[in-house]
Design a protein around this ligand. Structure first.
Ligand SMILES: [Fe+2]
Length: 355
């Protein structure tokens, strides 16, 4: 007769359950993230790399890299370069059939910075799926329907006739990371509509941008994943209450609005080596992103569902007017204060050296 197994005590059951289903280790989390990214990257990058065009720029648009954050500097540079004035809609149009990359000049010193991305600007076609686009537009419409309050500062009002809503986490003009006022200070109905929009962007945009970062800017991705960990720790309560705030490090905040930014500007709050991602949704004509810098200037149409990544802190830019239709534009970014804080935090608490 086979020996009878003793019945385990209840705490032994719990222990067994814990070892199988408890918290994942850091290695296990990293392994799962890699599998996830490889899957999304496989699909995203395959469609991008099937057809692509590369152009190496003749000059590096870096005159304002070390300048103080001041709109006057941008105006002076543009004035110096275009003494007769510049009209965005008259600059050369650059629109290959499919994805393309604008690469920094091979001999440029700036592009040798350790964290500099592989490209200065790139458009990736057919990235956001049609159902994904539809869901984001629906969530945006629902938010407009319930009514939303804008808390934009004067800088934002200066560069565009239509105000953007900033949703997510940032540390712009503050001394600590915070969920933006646009995300927090709303009516209960608007808050739930915002959560729906955050979720739609987190589901349909963030994984694609993570995959592009992993392929074309792995060092930035590392830094942003580390930052995400720190921010989630610092804002633990906020992330527990509103999990849709977590874009998994693809970016930390996005600006969304209808219309364009007509005034030539730099995105001063962005980090020098990060890529800012633009996604346009809807059906429209006009509204071409215009990169303004003598010798490498160009107008670039954004197509619905494509993703345009560029160095918005380095390259003066604006958008031509929308001539017809409806264009919803998402600008996904990671502000420099947030990235720096996370680096300092890790250095202080874990003694990790960040490059
Ligand atoms: Fe901008």
């Amino acid at each position: 007769m086979a020996p009878v197994k003793p019945i385990p005590e209840s705490h032994e059951y719990r222990q067994k359950w814990k070892t199988r289903r408890g918290k994942r280790s850091t290695e296990s989390k990293a392994r799962r993230l890699k599998v996830y990214l490889d899957n999304v990257q496989g699909k995203t990058v395959a469609s991008v790399e099937a057809r692509r065009e590369k152009e190496t720029l003749k000059v590096y648009p870096g005159d304002l890299v070390h300048a103080a954050k001041n709109k006057l500097h941008v105006d002076l540079l543009v004035q110096r370069q275009y003494p007769e004035g510049v009209l965005a809609s008259q600059l050369p149009r650059f629109d290959p059939d499919d994805s393309f990359f604008l690469l920094p000049p091979e001999d440029s010193k700036e592009a040798c910075r350790p964290l500099h991305p592989l490209f200065m600007a790139a458009r990736f076609e057919h990235v956001i799926t049609k159902p994904g686009q539809k869901e984001i537009v629906k969530a945006w419409d629902a938010l407009q329907f319930v009514g939303v309050k804008h808390h934009a500062g004067s800088r934002e009002a200066n560069r565009s006739s239509t105000l953007a809503l900033h949703l997510g986490v940032w540390e712009v003009q503050q001394s600590f990371p915070k969920v933006t006022r646009d995300t927090r200070l709303q009516t209960p109905e608007a808050l739930s509509a915002i959560d729906r929009l955050l979720l739609a962007v987190g589901t349909h945009v963030a994984p694609k941008i993570l995959a592009l970062l992993q392929r074309y800017a792995p060092k930035q991705l590392d830094r942003q994943l580390r930052t995400n960990k720190v921010i989630k720790r610092l804002l633990r309560q906020e992330f527990l209450l509103r999990p849709a705030l977590d874009f998994r490090g693809a970016f930390f905040c996005f600006a969304i609005k209808e219309g364009t930014s007509e005034v030539i500007h730099l995105d001063w709050n962005d980090d020098l080596d990060t890529i800012t991602w633009l996604i346009a949704l809807g059906e429209w004509e006009g509204g071409e992103i215009t990169l303004v810098y003598k010798g490498v200037e160009r107008r670039i149409p954004l197509h619905a569902g494509s993703v345009f990544g560029f160095m918005a802190r380095t390259w003066p830019h604006c958008t031509t007017p929308v001539t017809s239709g409806r264009r919803i534009i998402l600008t996904c970014f990671s502000d420099s204060n947030l990235l720096r804080r996370a680096s300092r935090f890790m250095l202080h608490h874990q003694g990790v050296i960040i490059i």
